[in-house]
Design a protein around this ligand. Structure first.
Ligand SMILES: Cc1cc2nc3c(=O)[nH]c(=O)nc-3n(C[C@H](O)[C@H](O)[C@H](O)COP(=O)(O)O)c2cc1C
Length: 180
């Protein structure tokens, strides 16, 4: 898929899909525009994510690359400039049906991001999420009344040589209280 040089695959003990083994967050993208159809497809995949009360609190803000580079931390802006596209993931914070706070809005938006990432991967597009940006500047730049910004997403094509980031083991992330 989008991994070529120096690619190191994660291992799987239980035969999970390549999608989980080969995906990574690159910092080098090749100069190639993201087609409108691919853009719509990854957003459509995000749209299908589950959410509390089916509220679908996620909102994806599209804009000019320069505007995103201005809200990113200096370090992120340095590499993110090579991405084909940048977008901002935000969410609504109250339930539409009763106007009460939705404490799962960020959780649901993270799920939508994962759906987007996986559809992107299937299309050969890499995604790198970034929390390193100014939420205040994001609100100002994009006029985000009532939306909470979560992450800027860099999308593009990569040939980056990458060492996969390590993961905790199943024994570290699973708390098993079963009796048998
Ligand atoms: C919410 C969130 C915020 C992140 N913020 C940044 C960031 O500001 N800069 C950066 O370089 N990577 C950022 N990352 C990428 C993570 O560092 C990366 O996903 C993690 O190290 C695992 O590596 P992998 O995605 O290649 O498997 C962020 C990821 C997430 C999900």
């Amino acid at each position: 898929m989008f991994l070529s040089k120096g690619w190191q695959m994660r291992s799987t003990e239980y035969g999970i899909d390549d999608l989980f083994l080969k995906r990574f967050s690159p910092k080098q993208f090749v100069k190639k525009p993201l087609g409108e159809k691919d853009l719509c497809a990854v957003l459509e995949a995000a749209m299908t994510a589950p959410s509390c009360f089916n509220e679908q609190p996620w909102r994806f803000v599209l804009g000019e690359k320069e505007d995103f580079l201005e809200i990113l931390s200096t370090k992120n802006a340095e590499w993110a400039t090579s991405a084909s596209m940048l977008m901002l993931l935000c969410s609504t914070q109250t339930f539409a049906y009763n106007r009460k706070p939705n404490r799962w809005h960020a959780f649901d938006s993270g799920t939508a991001m994962a759906f987007l990432i996986f559809e992107a991967y299937k299309r050969g597009i890499a995604v790198h999420p970034m929390g390193g940006f100014s939420t205040e500047r994001a609100k100002e730049h994009f006029g985000l009344m009532g939306l909470e910004p979560h992450a800027v997403l860099a999308l593009g094509y990569t040939e980056e040589s990458h060492t996969m980031t390590p993961r905790l083991g199943l024994d570290e992330i699973v708390i098993d209280r079963r009796e048998t």
